[in-house]
Ligand binder design. Structure first.
Ligand code: MBD
Ligand code: FE
Length: 281
């Protein structure tokens, strides 16, 4: 388990995730009354079914209301929904997507990270802890054409599992960057291996997880959005072979194609390569 001296609070990260969600540019959803009715009816039927099946009591119903209020007040809707619901939205969306596998975005993306050249080191503290990692690869079209000038937008937790922008003790922009590929579509990013991520146990999402006896962990991962002009962007995550929680991700976002197998370079550094293939928009 990860422990830190001055632990960031759930309230801090939850509220920041709500703030980040509100400030982001979201594609407008053009939803007909028929579709709203059908989807909401389906959701309500699921709830009604669970109540009947488990004979939910009034005290339990009121406890659920109190908890829902807390999730909103704590700003944890982005966290809760991205952990427990987003993977299914991603599943149905990706049925129609070719090229490299994607997975969920999660609540901790921030736009406009520092622009970096094809060979770059992510912004980090002078004493950044963690195993040095070289992450290299190529961005191509699905027909194999290298995509120079593509963007590899990368963000990750540090070696204690915290994300900059969502934990007050971390410098702004730490372990975040937008790398532009060279003429051959290649990139080589120096960073550190992230730690597994633990849902904050002091907020309502964490309290539910504890109350249900589940575990609050995601396996260590790198987040990426890979973009190229004229191509459909890929939002994905990459995991590490042999890492803890790979088989039991609380957010159910691991796919076998997304697991890196870092090779020891003999100097304390590990290296992983991964290529991305984007379909034309
Ligand atoms: C994360 O770091 C994350 O990637 C997701 C999907 C949900 C919560 C925290
Ligand atoms: Fe994450």
């Amino acid at each position: 388990m990860t422990t830190v001296e001055s632990s960031p609070t759930a309230a801090g990260s939850g509220a920041n995730a709500t703030e980040a969600f509100r400030s982001a540019q979201h594609e407008a959803a053009d939803v007909s009354p028929e579709r709203i009715s059908a989807v909401v009816r389906g959701v309500l039927q699921g709830v009604h079914g669970a109540i009947r099946e488990h004979k939910v009591t009034y005290p339990e119903f009121q406890a659920a209301k109190a908890w829902l209020i807390e999730v909103g007040e704590g700003g944890e809707w982005p966290l809760f929904l991205d952990v427990f619901v987003e993977h299914v939205v991603e599943e149905v969306t990706s049925e129609a997507q070719q090229g490299s596998k994607g997975t969920i975005l999660g609540p901790y993306y921030l736009p406009a990270a520092k622009s970096l050249p094809a060979k770059a080191t992510l912004p980090m503290r002078d004493d950044e802890k963690g195993t040095p990692l070289v992450f290299a690869g190529q961005v191509r079209d699905i027909d194999g054409t290298p995509l120079g000038g593509a963007e590899v937008d990368i963000w990750q937790a540090d070696s204690e599992g915290y994300y900059s922008g969502f934990a007050p003790h971390l410098p702004e922009g730490n372990l975040r960057g937008v790398v532009t590929t060279d003429e051959e579509g290649r990139f080589e990013i120096r960073t550190i291996q992230p730690a597994p991520y633990q849902i904050p146990t002091d907020g309502p999402t964490g309290k539910l997880i504890t109350a249900a006896g589940w575990h609050p962990w995601r396996p260590a991962h790198l987040h990426l959005i890979v973009r190229a002009p004229g191509h459909r962007p890929i939002t994905t995550q990459l995991y590490f072979q042999g890492g803890e929680y790979l088989e039991s991700d609380v957010a159910e976002a691991v796919k076998p194609e997304l697991v890196l197998d870092p090779q020891d370079q003999g100097d304390g550094t590990v290296k992983s390569t991964y290529d991305f293939e984007l379909e034309r928009a």
